[in-house]
Design a protein around this ligand. Structure first.
Ligand SMILES: [Zn+2]
Length: 331
């Protein structure tokens, strides 16, 4: 009898346990997709620099896909089917804006994506395109043979060369992640705060490096017009650029433009001019030869190097460029 009761009892307990387990499985199936647990946010960053900033805030809490990768040129990028897929499945897209990603609207629409787009430069006061060199205006007064390439973008998109701008970008990234993924908000905010401390140190490093360079040597010549924000914050003059534009898309300069730039380089007394990782060095090498100045090391401008390389992170990019600039301009 006792044995019989026992068997009946354990059978009942077994059935109840089974039902409880079944309910638990059903509940987990219902709860998990709606909750943040197990559902990782899918994030796209348009380029390697923005991607590094996003990754520093994300840490290990979301999946980040970068469209324009190491040494890639955002101005002339052509999206692949894989990029379309990444946009289609994204929850959040971080873009620079200010005309850097002229290809993004079309590919976003084509992908059918419903991801939220976050323009990380929204809180920044932009510089007008072509302001740094004044090249566009001068050339236009002399002749109208240009196709108006200086006016392709209203603003200069290269905000990341002022570290203070990047602190605003990181705040924008943090806000968007916190809003989109409340379950990980505390982690995003802690990561952002830690990274902001490193940016403050980077800004101080740049200022100290530049102070080591005599004021009259703080003059830059590069491939395209990408250092205006750097010049504005850290006290440099942009003598001129090989490509007379804030984009690398414009055609090569005319013979008279090159001659004018060579004259400006000679008059400025700069000992070196700088190619960039995102553009062809040949034009700059030719100009350096005509002006009889040194070709400096290629600066990392609109993209990081490969991971683990000289400029595999944003902080390494700024550190590398500033060191290279100050060293080469010492003469
Ligand atoms: Zn650029």
């Amino acid at each position: 009898m006792a044995g019989s009761i026992g068997r009946t009892g354990s059978g009942l307990i077994g059935r109840v346990t089974g039902i409880v387990a079944l309910i638990a499985v059903l509940l987990s199936g219902l709860v998990q997709p709606a909750g943040a647990q197990g559902e990782r946010l899918r994030v796209v960053a348009t380029n390697s620099i923005t991607g590094d900033l996003v990754n520093n805030v994300v840490g290990d809490r979301a999946d980040v896909v970068v469209l324009v990768g190491a040494n890639g040129d955002s101005h002339t990028f052509e999206p692949t089917p894989a990029d379309v897929d990444a946009l289609a499945s994204a929850d959040l897209i971080f873009e620079n804006g200010l005309g850097l990603e002229i290809w993004l609207d079309d590919v976003y629409e084509a992908s059918g994506s419903s991801a939220q787009r976050v323009v990380v430069t929204d809180g920044i006061t932009p510089l007008p395109a072509g302001e740094a060199t004044g090249q566009g205006e001068a050339e236009h007064e002399e002749g109208e043979e240009h196709e108006g390439e200086e006016h392709e973008g209203e603003y200069d998109p290269h905000v990341w060369f002022d570290v203070a701008n990047v602190t605003l970008i990181v705040t924008a990234i943090e806000s968007a992640l916190v809003a989109a993924d409340a379950a990980n908000a505390a982690t995003y905010s802690a990561n952002a705060a830690a990274y902001q401390t490193r940016l403050d140190e980077l800004d101080a490093f740049v200022i100290a490096q530049v102070e080591a360079l005599p004021a009259e040597r703080r003059r830059l010549v590069t491939s395209h017009d990408t250092f205006a924000y750097f010049a504005s914050r850290y006290g440099f003059e942009i003598v001129g650029t090989a490509l007379p534009s804030v984009t690398t898309e414009s055609g090569d300069p005319s013979a008279s433009e090159i001659a004018a730039l060579v004259d400006q380089i000679v008059a400025s007394g700069v000992p070196a001019i700088f190619p960039e990782n995102v553009s062809n060095e040949d034009l700059l090498t030719q100009i350096a030869s005509e002006a009889d100045v040194v070709v400096g090391p290629a600066l990392y401008t609109d993209a990081l190097s490969e991971p683990g390389g000289e400029a595999g992170t944003y902080i390494d990019l700024i550190t590398y460029d500033v060191t290279a600039i100050v060293t080469a301009l010492q003469g």
